[in-house]
Design a protein around this ligand. Sequence first.
Ligand SMILES: Cc1cc2nc3c(=O)[nH]c(=O)nc-3n(C[C@H](O)[C@H](O)[C@H](O)COP(=O)(O)OP(=O)(O)OC[C@H]3O[C@@H](n4cnc5c(N)ncnc54)[C@H](O)[C@@H]3O)c2cc1C
Length: 495
Amino acid sequence: MARIAVIGAGMGAMAAAARLAVAGHRVAVYERGATYGGAVGRYERDGFVFDTGPGLLHVPAVYRDLFVKTGKEPLESCVDLHQPPHDARHVFAGGADVLLPNASRGGVVAALDAAFGDGAGGRWADFLGRAGDAWARARRPLLEEPLIEDTRPLARDPYPALRRRRLLGGTRQASTLAEIGAWELRVPGLAALLDSYAQGYGLDARVAPASAAVLPYLEQTFGTWYVRGGVRELARALYERCVARRVEFAFGAEVVAVAEKDGAVAGVELADGSAAAADHVVSGIGPRPPAGVEPGGGKRGAPGRFTVLLALRGARPAGTAHRTIVHAPSSAEEAAAVFDAGAGPAERPTVTVLRPDDASTRPDGAHEAVTLTATVAPHGPVDWADGALRERYADVLVRAAGAAMPGLADRVMWREVRTPAHTEAETGARGGGVPAPSLAGASGRLLHPANSRPLRGLYAAGGWSHPGGGLPHAGMSGALVAGLIVEGPAFRGSR
Ligand SMILES: Cc1cc2nc3c(=O)[nH]c(=O)nc-3n(C[C@H](O)[C@H](O)[C@H](O)COP(=O)(O)OP(=O)(O)OC[C@H]3O[C@@H](n4cnc5c(N)ncnc54)[C@H](O)[C@@H]3O)c2cc1C
């Protein structure tokens, strides 16, 4: 039985902790905040309840596996997992309004044909077929196995882009998401649909590798899920699973350094001057790490999220889509505002509107809790601590969301605005950046650092390490770290 110190109580770290405890190790989690979950937070006021981090779950299989492997009660017994009937409603800048069903390829084809004309749905389905091929090629080496030392095979893009003949001779193939939109999808609405996935994951469609096509593939194939009570309930269930497996938690316990002895970890040092000895240390935190832990892959400029929590008077109409995406008029202009140096926040951002069909998120049936989110530049390049900017930008999101919810502004009783400055405070990630999932291609630029770190006994879990950010990916990182510690460096992923 080894002593394992885990830094941070984020989802990746807790996923590793639960698995390691089940394997018979003594696991202690040191969390600098007052609660577990990291980015998966909750804001409650006057009977309204909001997720402050992810509001939906994709690829629940990752957490199903975690709960099966760490105890008797499956995930579905611990949280109320629910699949909304629709993946999303998309309100496009040109006026098209499309409701895409959840995990139904045929339904999506029909909806896109109806919105953009015969053939549009088929073109999207063909694209998703190629994205599925990319997924089949990249899934194991990219997500389910520890990152190999020689990452060159992952530097190649697995997306089988169509070869198109140029007018002046030769052929060309899409190598970015924007090129897939322009050359393969060729319908502005479909290209905008694809761009919105990049935007949602904090990726720049202008340069994101074609392999990012796996992101819409995953969502539309495995479906979009909600946890009743809010996705924070998933963090609660994982924390309780950890406690049931005798993982110890210390809250208000900031780790300031990883102690080292004879070229290996010896434990962690805490801000209060105390120290804890350990045979292995699992770091579940992002950039701005304590001494001895390397920054998370140089991902200093990852964009953050700007979120407006709205307490509304008036009932949620039956049949309302859980998620609505109000598209920006120009995704290239929006990407420039988010990713290019010197640019300010986009004046017309893509806004995700979440309206859960969940009575536990509102005081009564005559009110509604609604969350608006946009991807924005991190805190630093933009001063999100500036209260006037914060309020002005919240107005921008409310106005944009009004395209999908007429009369929205008049329904607002109060609102709570959250920026990357809040995320920075809650997760410790520099600038409040949110890590994107790892992607193959782009010469390996979008891979995250390996889970085994150069210092013997040091491992990294969570969104800033392989295989990257987001709930499913962080859960996978926990499985990989546990495998590496339990089975040793020869571990090649669980089969
Ligand atoms: C606003 C927002 C929206 C998001 N939306 C989505 C979404 O729609 N879909 C999706 O899949 N993902 C989304 N994410 C990302 C997702 O929440 C994370 O990638 C996922 O939860 C994994 O988090 P993590 O394991 O990296 O830990 P984090 O959530 O980053 O938590 C790190 C923890 O470590 C603690 N810590 C930091 N430094 C120290 C230290 N020195 N000592 C001790 N403890 C420390 C922090 O207090 C924190 O609790 C969103 C994130 C945010 C912020």
